[in-house]
Design a protein around this ligand. Structure first.
Ligand SMILES: Cc1cc2nc3c(=O)[nH]c(=O)nc-3n(C[C@H](O)[C@H](O)[C@H](O)COP(=O)(O)O)c2cc1C
Length: 218
């Protein structure tokens, strides 16, 4: 049976989706089964996702960036998988909620009571047998360039490693933001990004990871 990969990502203006589609192409070209899900701001996508990362041998998770962080919807679906329930229970500890979900929050279920919480916290050690993952973002980086992608990549990596996947790579590239050449910005004019060179780099990035893992096709 073919190895199974899943790509899930949030993309508001389509930049991150372009990278996701290239990754999909690379998996298929290498003989992998690949499912691709664009996470939207809906109760169904967050509370009742159509897939479970545990069913896959390789996971890719991606997002655009707003205010230095990955999009809320991709973080929330990752929290949903990590917590095994409605992420709004945990968000309450941060004085936050998910404004686009108007379904009432059920009473606090068992995993959120103290004794269960203590029991579920344990050290996670990832090793060579842990299934691999990569994280990816597109960003504008107007002020600091690639450094601006780092917090979002780190957060995606931490969440995916919480699910037992070993992050074997991070990919980022600029993505169109303002309809302006922004000549004073770090990357200059990014209105055509991700461009073909960025997407070729994305393909090469994933090909390399598959090759290093010994999972590239012939
Ligand atoms: C409201 C808004 C806030 C943004 N904030 C950041 C930011 O803090 N850092 C950054 O590097 N890019 C930022 N960006 C740029 C986007 O992350 C970038 O355009 C990305 O490619 C969008 O991805 P998408 O098309 O997949 O949604 C912002 C864009 C918008 C519209």
């Amino acid at each position: 049976m073919a190895d199974r990969s899943v790509i899930f990502f949030a993309s508001l203006t389509g930049n991150t989706a372009k990278v996701a589609r290239r990754f999909e192409l690379v998996f298929r070209r290498n003989g992998w089964h690949c499912d691709c899900f664009r996470i939207r701001k809906t109760a169904d996508d967050i509370l009742r996702p159509a897939f479970d990362p545990k069913d896959y041998d390789f996971v890719c998770v991606g997002s655009g960036i707003r205010s230095h962080l990955p999009y809320n919807e991709v973080l929330n679906v990752l929290r949903r998988f990590r917590l095994g329930g409605d992420p709004r229970h945990a968000l309450r500890w941060r004085d936050e909620t998910i404004p686009y979900i108007d379904e009432p929050l059920p009473d606090t279920p068992p995993p959120w009571r103290d004794s269960e919480l203590i029991a579920r916290h344990r050290k996670i050690v990832l090793g060579p047998t842990s299934p691999p993952a990569v994280v990816f973002v597109t960003y504008s980086g107007y002020e600091f360039g690639p450094r601006e992608a780092e917090p979002a990549l780190s957060l995606l990596e931490l969440e995916i490693e919480h699910l037992g996947f070993r992050c074997v790579g991070r990919f980022s590239c600029p993505g169109r933001f303002l309809d302006d050449p922004t000549p004073l910005a770090y990357h200059g004019d990014i209105r055509d990004r991700p461009n073909e060179a960025d997407l070729a780099r994305a393909e090469h990035f994933l090909e390399e990871r598959l090759r290093q893992l010994g999972r590239a096709g012939s």
